[in-house]
Design a protein around this ligand. Structure first.
Ligand SMILES: [Zn+2]
Ligand SMILES: [Zn+2]
Length: 250
């Protein structure tokens, strides 16, 4: 589904979100849980493009619900996987996405996750030659290698799990294991000073305009970061009103 000119939210990817950016080549932002690669390739063909045109697979952070299909999409299309080094692990073949590192010290066996080699390690301020230029914003906190991708010509922010939207408002992440509250707050404050319109988050519904202003308003109205306690308390209300289960509720 084309949600903004040249930006598609991939249909049929449940739980998390993946987006396709159209330019001379194509870029995918995140790839959902494992077993989604067929669906992603099918969608690329449906909009009249070819899977081999996918040049980049941009990883907002290494949590498995955002990266589960990355290795198979990369293998089937030839796309290079792009991520921040802090969410990768060095192995003999080079940098790989680090699924377990992002869950803190407890190793959770995830046998169905293949290793995903990262072709391009990015840093704060890098600009990738995709569409109108995609700027890398290193926004640690949710994980230490969390990044947001800013499509500069349309001022669209691909925010991963750093901020979410329900289509109208911005919300923030709850403290996941491995989360760093100090870094997270600094990343939010920094994002609030930038100029972006649309917010395409890792969960929820995209916000089409007014993104940075809405983030500023949120930080002023609710300076305290969301907690798990608030999250659990909000569940009955969310269920009753069919609201999203990610981020804080209002
Ligand atoms: Zn996450
Ligand atoms: Zn997520």
């Amino acid at each position: 589904m084309e949600i903004l000119p040249g930006i598609h939210a991939l249909p049929g990817i449940n739980w998390s979100k993946a987006y396709l950016i159209e330019g001379d080549t194509l870029a995918l932002v995140d790839s959902g849980l494992p077993w989604n690669s067929g669906r992603i390739l099918k969608y690329i063909r449906k909009i009249g493009r070819k899977p081999e045109e996918l040049s980049h697979l941009l990883v907002t952070h290494a949590h498995p619900d955002h990266t589960g299909s990355a290795s198979s999409v990369a293998r089937k299309t030839g796309a290079q996987v792009v991520a921040h080094s802090a969410d990768t692990k060095r192995r003999r073949n080079g940098a790989n996405l680090s699924y377990m590192g992002v869950f803190g010290s407890a190793p959770i066996p995830l046998p169905f996750f293949e290793r995903t080699p990262v072709a391009t390690l990015v840093n704060e301020g890098d600009v990738l030659p995709i569409a109108g230029g995609i700027r890398i914003l290193h926004t640690p906190g949710h994980t230490s290698g969390s990044v947001c991708f800013l499509e500069e010509s349309t001022k669209t922010l691909f925010s991963g799990d750093t901020i979410f939207s329900d289509g109208e408002r911005i919300s923030r992440s709850v403290p996941f294991p491995g989360y760093d509250a100090v870094a997270y707050r600094a990343s939010l404050e920094r994002l609030a000073t930038l100029d972006f319109e649309a917010v395409c988050g890792g969960h929820g519904a995209p916000l089409k305009s007014g993104g940075s202003g809405k983030l500023q308003e949120l930080m002023e109205a609710r300076p305290e970061l969301p907690t798990w306690r608030q999250f659990f308390r909000s569940i009955p209300r969310r269920v009753k009103k069919s609201r999203s289960m990610t981020g804080e509720d209002f």
